[in-house]
Design a protein around this ligand. Structure first.
Ligand SMILES: *[C@@H]1O[C@H](CO)[C@@H](O)[C@H](O)[C@H]1NC(C)=O
Ligand SMILES: *[C@@H]1O[C@H](CO)[C@@H](O)[C@H](O)[C@H]1NC(C)=O
Ligand SMILES: *[C@@H]1O[C@H](CO)[C@@H](O)[C@H](O)[C@H]1NC(C)=O
Ligand SMILES: *[C@@H]1O[C@H](CO)[C@@H](O)[C@H](O)[C@H]1NC(C)=O
Ligand SMILES: *[C@@H]1O[C@H](CO)[C@@H](O)[C@H](O)[C@H]1NC(C)=O
Ligand SMILES: *[C@@H]1O[C@H](CO)[C@@H](O)[C@H](O)[C@H]1NC(C)=O
Length: 621
């Protein structure tokens, strides 16, 4: 019976391990690494974050805007004018957008269901009377929208306010501020969109600058049964509009296609959560989930995306012999025929497949946001590092490696576990790589090259596979700061050659030669087992081998009677490499009750009694 159960459990474990690649489990967990974690003056459930400069942060909240210069808080009250407000729950000013425009700091908010923007003049905020201001904030927090600020231009998907609440506004993406005309998307481009992200991809000439808009929308095709699908729309930012005067202000180059993420042989991930543009590599990273909230990341070269837009037919379009292809970026007006095809049939037949037609990784975890960095490790290999935010407030650091992705670290960025509302990477200083994370309670600066989680030994440092870290001068330290060349590229064997002393992580220190124990008494020995990607087991001599599932980062071996004195070793295997973690040696004392070594008994008896009762086989009836 017990054997059956053990077999069955073993099968379960091995099944779940093949499904969820063990390398996607965070190898280690680091609590609150805190290179500057601070609490907001007051909880802000709708907090929005704007980092003006690396030492100047604005946080918008409910009727308030905070400024923090990383030493002092300043608080601006941002009250709504309440005279004409009917939606009681929203009769406040929720600050939803902060940016710099024309040299001023600008803050926009819901303003009691009547959105408005203010600019900071001296020490006070002045209301901006321009009509575009009402399209930079939604009427209530939680409304889905997207704002793109690029250079001196601002685009938004927030519909114009209308006095007629019954009027149904078709969703558009439009330029609100900057170069006129204020071009907008028309016709059939957006049906029932949920906006995720927008970005600008620069071409060699200004004329070739494109806007990519990412969203979820209703599926208009019959090729699959999915109701909602991830989409990408693409338009030429500097286009001149259609020859047809009526449509002159409309984007005449806007087309869209379906964005896919999955593996040809496996499942597809149909819900787009987030997008990050790794500009240095012209790579778009997408974070997707499936109906079970499992996640996958896919990457797309902008060139591959362009190629599909350059070559695909338009869905349900019959005109295939147009002189000018729809979607081409040109410095002249778009011929009317071409513009009408784009307007009437904006969807491509061909889909956008991910690079190598595969996911970068997939996992059972539920991720909501991502950022991506690139780093040259000490072995000169270039690694991409994907930081994802889980649904419950932790970050995972996932490194793309030659032999596949690996989840090297879980970071709990806050003191108070809380949903991550903001995640961004500071690109202004390439020697630092600072990650900014915000919640309703706290804001935290985390250095990606923080190596303290692996600083126990050379082996720890090398096994961590963290490309920002290297073992140098007896310490696991950051390879940034121009010292890269002095770092040796160590392997595990190099670590061992340096006759490293074994890490002493447990509270009971292993003493290979000393432990004398009494016969007929219960003991346990413990071994630090921190890596969630390693397997651990105990050996006795050459014969006994007992596998161990770590609990709370430890592997305990319990034995009721030292029948066989000798050496007990705790072994670890990770990445096809075995090592001994700790070793205990026991000899049995004569039966006289000596208190020597009683420390072991005193420490373990309470635990052992509980453990032992669980391990006793049930009595047979
Ligand atoms: C987080 O906890 C640490 C240790 O308890 C404390 O020193 C620090 O001030 C706390 N930070 C915040 C933002 O609460
Ligand atoms: C932050 O602002 C306060 C008040 O304006 C000022 O006294 C202080 O010097 C500033 N600190 C830094 C680090 O800029
Ligand atoms: C997935 O997550 C959403 C919250 O974002 C939740 O409402 C939903 O129930 C989850 N689905 C499953 C299958 O767990
Ligand atoms: C797409 O077409 C444009 C204009 O014809 C051209 O400049 C660009 O190189 C093409 N890109 C790809 C990837 O084919
Ligand atoms: C990716 O796979 C799909 C379906 O198997 C196929 O139609 C498509 O051509 C592939 N794309 C690439 C770039 O290999
Ligand atoms: C987050 O959720 C995962 C699985 O749902 C769980 O294993 C993990 O412990 C949770 N972390 C926190 C900080 O709650």
């Amino acid at each position: 019976m017990n054997v059956c159960l053990a077999l069955f459990l073993g099968l379960c474990v091995s099944l779940s391990y093949t499904y969820e690649n063990v390398r996607m489990t965070p190898r280690l967990t680091q609590l609150n690494p805190g290179h500057g974690t601070f609490a907001l003056p007051k909880e802000q459930p709708n907090a929005m974050f704007y980092l003006d400069t690396p030492d100047s942060l604005y946080i918008g909240g409910d009727e308030v805007l905070y400024h923090y210069n990383f030493s002092t808080w300043k608080e601006y009250s941002m009250n709504a004018k309440k005279d004409r407000c009917y939606e009681k729950a929203f009769c406040k000013n929720f600050v939803t957008y902060v940016t710099r425009y024309n040299g001023y700091l600008m803050a926009c908010g819901t303003n009691a269901y009547s959105p408005a923007c203010w600019r900071l003049v001296g020490e006070s905020f002045e209301k901006i009377s321009a009509s575009w201001a009402e399209q930079l904030s939604p009427r209530y927090p939680g409304f889905n929208y997207n704002i793109l600020k690029t250079g001196s231009e601002i685009y938004s998907t927030i519909p114009k306010q209308s006095n007629n609440p019954a009027s149904t506004m078709k969703a558009t993406f439009r330029r609100l501020y900057g170069k006129e005309p204020f071009r907008f998307t028309g016709g059939n481009l957006l049906k029932n969109p949920l906006f995720v992200k927008s970005l600008v991809v620069e071409g060699e000439q200004e004329m070739e600058n494109r806007i990519f808009l990412f969203f979820m929308d209703d599926n208009s095709e019959r090729r699959t049964t999915d109701k909602r699908v991830p989409m990408i729309a693409r338009m030429c930012k500097e286009e001149k509009g259609s020859e047809k005067p009526d449509d002159r202000n409309m984007f005449s180059t806007a087309l869209k296609s379906r964005l896919l993420c999955g593996n040809p042989e496996g499942q597809y991930y149909n819900f787009l959560q987030d997008i990050y543009f790794l500009q240095s590599q012209d790579l778009v990273y997408g974070l997707f989930t499936n109906p079970w909230n499992h996640s996958a990341v896919c990457s797309y070269k902008t060139e591959d995306i362009e190629l599909v837009f350059n070559t695909s037919d338009l869905f349900e379009s019959t005109k295939k012999d147009l002189k000018i292809r729809p979607g081409q970026c040109r410095s002249e007006l778009t011929p009317q025929e071409t513009a009408e095809e784009a307007k009437n049939h904006p969807e491509l037949v061909d889909w956008i497949w991910p690079s190598r037609n595969r996911t970068v990784f997939q996992t059972l975890a539920y991720y909501r946001k991502l950022v991506v960095d690139e780093i040259t490790a000490v072995n000169k290999e270039i690694h991409r590092v994907i930081i994802v935010a889980t649904d419950n407030g932790t970050l995972h650091k996932i490194v793309e490696q030659v032999d596949g992705p690996m989840n090297v670290l879980e970071i709990e960025p806050f003191n108070k576990t809380s949903k991550i509302l903001y995640l961004d990477l500071d690109l202004s200083n390439r020697e630092q790589r600072v990650l900014y994370v915000g919640s309703a309670h706290e804001f935290s600066k985390i250095r990606l090259d923080d190596c303290r989680a692996y600083n126990k030994s050379c082996t720890d440092c090398v096994l961590s596979k963290d490309p920002y870290c290297g073992w140098y001068g007896g310490e696991c330290q950051s390879i940034l700061n121009n010292r890269t060349n002095s770092f040796p590229n160590l392997t595990l064997d190099d670590c061992e050659l340096k006759s490293e002393t074994l890490p002493q992580k447990g509270s009971l220190s292993p003493r290979p030669n000393e432990n004398k124990v009494l016969p007929r008494s219960v003991y346990y020995v413990t071994c630090p087992a921190e890596s969630k990607q390693a397997t651990y087991w105990w050996t006795y001599g050459d014969n006994l081998k007992e596998s161990c599932t770590p609990q709370n980062g430890k592997c305990d071996l319990l034995f009721d009677n030292i029948k066989a004195p000798g050496e007990y070793r705790c072994m670890e295997e990770e990445g096809a490499k075995q090592r001994m973690v700790t070793e205990y040696k026991f000899t049995v004392e004569n039966s006289s009750w000596r208190m020597r070594n009683s420390w072991l008994v005193a420490l373990v008896i309470p635990v052992c009694i509980t453990l032992y009762s669980h391990m006793t086989p049930p009595a047979r009836s």
